[in-house]
Design a protein around this ligand. Structure first.
Ligand code: INI
Length: 155
């Protein structure tokens, strides 16, 4: 028989940090609402969640790294939106935040969830923040729950 690890999507007694970028707040606020609603509907208590606002997506890895080092959180959910612009500025930010989040997970062993939208247009961002393509904040919350529970199984 194959030993298979498959985590459920119920979260109990876990401390979860959510980092949200104020840049493009019109979108990121919706991602945050979706993430919190999903976490609480899957069992998290409000006092187990902590929300941290940062100026922009570029600052997300820096704060995520600080929080991960505290060893206080079972998972960190990163929420941001980098929309393609006329210059390469957005591209540098998108690359750095993506690389940074991956590195923190690998370096600390804490699930740091990538809830960063990188759409070409504002319309695409809106579609992913609670309209026709769902809400990527909800997806990030589910990924966090699954990873926390999976880690629980292999510890
Ligand atoms: N921050 C974002 O979160 N999204 C963007 O699209 C964006 N663009 O394109 O400029 C953005 N810039 C701000 C950046 O994240 C930093 O906050 C800023 O450079 C200060 O370090």
């Amino acid at each position: 028989m194959i030993k298979t690890y498959k985590a459920d999507l119920v979260v109990k007694g876990k401390k979860i940090a959510l980092i949200c970028s104020r840049f493009n707040e019109f979108i990121t606020g919706k991602l945050l609402d979706g993430a919190i609603d999903t976490l609480t509907r899957h069992g998290a208590k409000e006092n187990e969640l902590e929300v941290f606002w940062v100026p922009g997506s570029f600052e997300i890895p820096y704060l995520a790294s600080k929080l991960a080092q505290k060893k206080k959180y079972d998972a960190i959910i990163c929420l941001g939106t980098v929309i393609k612009g006329d210059t390469s500025h957005w591209e540098h930010i998108a690359k750095e935040v993506t690389k940074g989040i991956a590195q923190i997970s690998l370096a600390t062993g804490i699930p740091v969830i990538y809830g960063i939208l990188t759409p070409d247009t504002l319309e695409q961002a809106i579609e992913r923040a609670g309209t026709k393509s769902g809400n990527k904040g909800r997806d990030a919350a589910l990924a966090a729950i699954e990873m926390v529970n999976l880690f629980g199984q292999i510890k």
